[in-house]
Design a protein around this ligand. Structure first.
Ligand SMILES: C[S@@+](CC[C@H](N)C(=O)[O-])C[C@H]1O[C@@H](n2cnc3c(N)ncnc32)[C@H](O)[C@@H]1O
Length: 261
């Protein structure tokens, strides 16, 4: 087990596949992944890098990071699903690069490159990574809907797919799959078009985040799980059944793990 990772996070076993199930596994009979958000002290310690340089500066990023890390099991779930092999990791739509902070807090050593279309977020991510003295962590501005930087290793895209239209998603998935090295993984955390209450809550929250100006891009398309799976399989990846990864949040968040044999 990796240091700092709580013991409760485990992949449910014994989920039998049901053909009628929209996400390719027995949703409803499989419990959500029991991964954990960070403990308050761990979240605070990372959030400090996002404090403004002046004491009277705006602390919005600091409070956002604290609350995100303290409530969302995303980063624990991702690190649980990544082999600790030191292969380079590309984080597509990285936002503030929080995954890099959690990796280094847990002494997980993959060289990290985060890319995001939002130049302002990338600047804040770079400032915080420098403030926290994160080693082997870099950021760049890139539009995941057009071209990704050259890379071979693991690829993650966390809560970003829905900001691309259906064609952009297909392009991104094909490009990302091509960058997954042999033995490496592609991890997607994404809402899925499941048509249930969580789906509706997520669509509403994504729209509100855009209207409020927190997200610079509006949500465009909520992926169909079967399409995701087929695209990745056609690109030569083996795809495990999607698992809910939402913790106590009300959102329709799923983790999809694919690997290149
Ligand atoms: C909900 S945030 C997730 C941030 C990060 N992945 C995380 O989970 O901590 C979605 C991110 O996707 C980025 N994004 C949206 N459209 C994008 C695109 N076409 N190319 C790259 N990034 C994009 C946004 O700027 C935003 O930072």
């Amino acid at each position: 087990m990796r240091c700092g990772a709580p013991a409760q996070c485990r992949w449910p076993s014994g989920c039998s596949a049901r053909p009628a199930d929209p996400v390719g596994n027995a949703a409803g009979s499989c419990a959500p992944l029991a991964c954990q958000a960070l403990q308050a002290a761990q979240a605070r310690s990372i959030a400090r890098a996002f404090l403004p340089p002046q004491v009277w500066g705006n602390r919005r990023d600091y409070y956002y990071v604290r609350s995100k890390l303290g409530s969302d099991p995303l980063y624990d779930g991702v690190l649980r699903a990544l082999p600790d092999d030191g292969a380079p990791l590309l984080d597509v739509g990285c936002g503030f690069g929080l995954l890099a902070h959690v990796m280094r807090q847990r002494a997980v050593a993959h060289p990290y490159l985060g890319v995001d279309v939002d130049a302002g977020k990338i600047a804040r991510a770079q400032r915080a990574a420098a403030q926290a003295e994160l080693a082997q962590v870099a950021f760049a501005v890139a539009d995941a809907g057009s071209a990704l930087p050259a890379h071979a290793g693991h690829v993650v895209a966390l809560d970003v797919l829905q900001y691309l239209d259906a064609c952009g998603q297909q392009r991104l998935l094909r490009q990302a799959a091509a960058q997954v090295a042999r033995g490496a993984r592609l991890l997607l955390r994404t809402p899925l078009a499941t048509g249930d209450r969580r789906d509706h809550t997520t669509r509403l929250a994504d729209r509100l985040a855009w209207w409020a100006g927190w997200m610079g891009t509006r949500p465009r398309h909520y992926p169909d799980p079967q399409h995701l799976r087929q695209t990745l399989q056609r690109a030569g990846l083996q795809v495990a059944p999607a698992r809910p990864l939402h913790g106590r949040t009300p959102f329709n968040s799923w983790l999809l793990v694919a690997h290149r044999p």
